[in-house]
Design a protein around this ligand. Sequence first.
Ligand code: LMR
Length: 337
Amino acid sequence: MRLFRCGVLCCALALVLGGAGLAAAAGPIRIKFSHVVAKEAPKGRAADRFADLVNQRLKGRVEVQVFHNSSLFKDREEIEALQLGAVQLLAPSTAKLVPWFPQYQVFDLPYLFSDQEHAYKSMTHPRVTARLFPLLKSRGMLGLAAWDNGFKHMTSNKCPIAKPEDMKGQKIRVQSSKVLEEQFRLVGATPQVMAFSEVSEALRRGVVDGQENTFTNIHSQRMHEAQRCLTVSTHGYIAYVVLTNALFWEGLPRDIRDVLESSLAEVTRWQVELSAQAQEEARRKIEEYAKTTGKLQITVLTPEQRKQWAATFQPVHKKFESLIGKDLLDLVSSLAK
Ligand code: LMR
């Protein structure tokens, strides 16, 4: 029983001890990059591209190994593993940071961002990172970059979802963010926090009725095949903070760190463009699936309907204003065009 309950901690310790052993022996510095989405999702592809670039440019000195699809750690575990030094790179969505840093919930606020540009600019603006990165540092982590994943949409087995009232009584999976829980409570649904790796199966088994996510996550996890309807609601945003363990990163030889950081900057520029295209491509594939199988009903909210949803969700902004920090919220709001 003790052995069973030791779970993440034991796995992380084994990796740390294994890593220490490897570091002691002559050989490349190993960087484990763990994440929870599919290899073909924009985050998975960017992690692979970063590994390829670094493994070429620092051949024999650094070896980056990518672990896709929660194959090493799930959402919360991976952050604990990073702090313990069992992995060296992650790219969690901002919502996954909320249990430690409630300020990150600013990115979860529904209908806060006017468009994609506003959303990503908010992730990278120096005044925003100046507020948020020191928080990460206080827990031994360094924020290195922001990767994008676009806007979220809703899916469910209880259909249709066109008006806020349609959510009444539905059980909806959310990421670990109180803002997201409150968002669904406001429309009479019951939110359930669940690790990303468990969502598809939970939808298939009817453990939850629905969830909210980006087109690439829905498509690459085949969530649309487990749902009867999808509403293009564009109500929330998902972006990632590329994170490392501060002690590890700051202990790297300067020349190695320079190559890692310039490679990451290069991949980041590519990732943001890729994500925008990938969302469109995943949307087309989901629409094609709906058309050919007749098993998925797609509703696109009209601007009027979006206004109605935004008004219903608005109280969550006020409720979380002091937890997020009014100045941060005002700053992010002011970055709209
Ligand atoms: C989710 O848990 O729904 C997403 O944050 C997963 C991801 O990393 O995109």
